[in-house]
Write a protein that binds this ligand. Structure first.
Ligand SMILES: *Cc1c(COP(=O)(O)O)cnc(C)c1O
Length: 445
């Protein structure tokens, strides 16, 4: 078996050979690695080659792959049945744990929470709830923020859409797209203007707690609080999307980091979404929020939402085990690794004289081939992204698996130790040289 033959086989029967677009390596070239196993900081492909993994399943592998406690919890749950389509005690246990963990300095991030299977479902339900609660239609989102692949939220959404250089998606009805207004990130005046232009029509602002799908886009100091104030002044809701940042950048997500530092009363979103880590590698996500808004959900209220596999017992077991393992020590290790590795990346480029910017939001960071800070999606797109394939491929051949797109953050885990950081650091100079030598593409036309 080789990656080549597996890719040929997959392409014959799966569009592009992949079940999620970025996996196809379209923006970096070469053959995607077909993985057969993963443990700790490493993944292994069909050819038996091992790579230090900096994708971490796009977040869930916070403790490292196949953590023994998580695997044991899933095996134990599996031995009792895979899915019941009925209520299980684990669901309330996970809900309580999530609520406790996101209570910071006495402020609760949310009152009640519903479990779903994907982040896409979570944000889709949050938007429906916001519309149900306000009786309004329009949603404001930020360019470069990704909230899953539902019709209304795909416009200028970073992630795979940015990787493939697409403006949005075909198949989204114009009438649906017209209900989403896309604004530049970190620009409060643009939000004020949108509210002024559509008085009484805006149901919600949806924002990533910190942008991490167009590379890392750090919110300006006070930006999230200002969003909350503005939304509430205008009778709209704030939806905070922590699908990626939640339980990754700290025990209570990005909101928790802001809450730790807040003086005075903490701002709160009306709705918040989680995903990725909460399922510990199995399909689980959640939408949570203020009690009065959440109780608009069926069966209590008129906003419908359901799921055959919602609250799946294996996913709940994996989520519980992952969150229990994600203690202060795990976060301290991930933070330290992120500081060391991001500094090593900066250092490697600086010694080669190639200008890059490393953006960091807690332990998440990303690289941009430009010399100025990245605050918006336009900034992220305004870089020499064509240098990334050479950088990526050189590292991959050296046994380091980075996200196959410059528009994605790098994911560390508690299983990455100094040994892995040293090996990555040792592989960097050759990758930097390859990036420096990469030929600038001819302008089209
Ligand atoms: C990954 C992601 C989603 C979508 O989650 P899926 O489980 O892939 O549907 C939504 N919002 C953010 C911020 C994400 O990073």
């Amino acid at each position: 078996m080789s990656n080549e033959t597996e890719f040929a086989r997959a392409r014959a029967v799966i569009p592009g050979g992949v079940n999620s677009p970025v996996r196809a390596y379209r923006s970096v070239g070469g053959t995607p690695r077909f993985l057969v196993s993963a443990r700790g900081a490493y993944v292994t492909d069909v050819e038996g080659r091992e790579y230090i993994d900096l994708i971490g399943s796009w977040g869930p592998a916070l403790l490292g792959h196949a953590h023994p406690d998580v695997v044991a919890a899933v095996q134990d749950a599996a031995s009792r049945g895979l899915s019941f389509g009925a209520t299980t005690p684990g669901e309330a246990e996970l809900a309580e744990l999530l609520r406790e963990r996101t209570t910071v300095r006495g402020t609760r991030l949310f009152d009640s929470i519903r479990l779903v299977s994907t982040g896409t479902e979570a944000t889709m339900t949050a938007v429906r709830l916001a519309r149900g609660a306000t009786g309004r239609d329009i949603v404001l989102k930020f360019a470069g923020h990704y909230h899953g692949h539902s019709d209304g939220l795909l416009a200028e959404s970073g992630s795979g859409v940015a990787t493939l250089g697409l403006p949005g998606s075909a198949g989204v009805p114009a009438d649906v797209a017209a209900l989403t207004i896309v604004l530049p990130y970190n620009d409060l005046a643009a939000i004020e203007a949108a509210f002024a232009a559509h008085p009484g029509r805006i149901a919600a602002i949806i924002t990533e707690a910190a942008g991490a799908n167009a590379g890392v886009l750090v919110p300006d100091d006070g930006f999230n609080r200002a969003l909350s104030d503005l939304a509430h002044r205008e009778g709209a809701l704030l939806i905070l999307d922590e699908v990626l940042t939640g339980f990754r950048v700290g025990p209570a997500g990005w909101w928790g980091l802001e809450a730790e530092r807040a003086d005075g009363e903490m701002w709160k979103p009306d709705l918040v979404t989680f995903g990725k880590i909460v399922g510990g590698g199995l399909p689980l996500a959640a939408v949570a929020g203020r009690r009065d808004v959440m109780e608009l959900l069926a069966p209590l209220g008129p906003v419908y939402q359901a799921g055959t596999l919602s609250g799946n017992p294996l996913a709940v077991a994996a989520g519980l085990a992952t969150l229990r393992g994600a203690d202060a020590d795990a976060y301290a290790r991930i933070d330290r690794s992120a500081a060391i590795l991001s500094a090593a990346v900066e250092e490697a480029f600086a010694s080669a004289g190639l200008a890059v910017t490393v953006s960091r939001a807690g332990s998440l960071f990303s690289l941009a081939f430009r010399d100025r800070a990245v605050r918006t999606y336009d900034d992220a797109k305004d870089q020499d992204a064509w240098r990334y394939p050479a950088f990526f491929t050189t590292l991959l051949e050296a046994g380091v698996s980075l996200p196959p797109s410059v528009f994605e953050a790098w994911f560390l885990s508690a299983a990455h130790t100094d040994l892995e950081l040293d090996r990555i650091t040792a592989a960097l100079p050759a990758a930097v040289r390859a990036a420096a030598r990469a030929p600038r593409p001819e302008p089209a036309g």
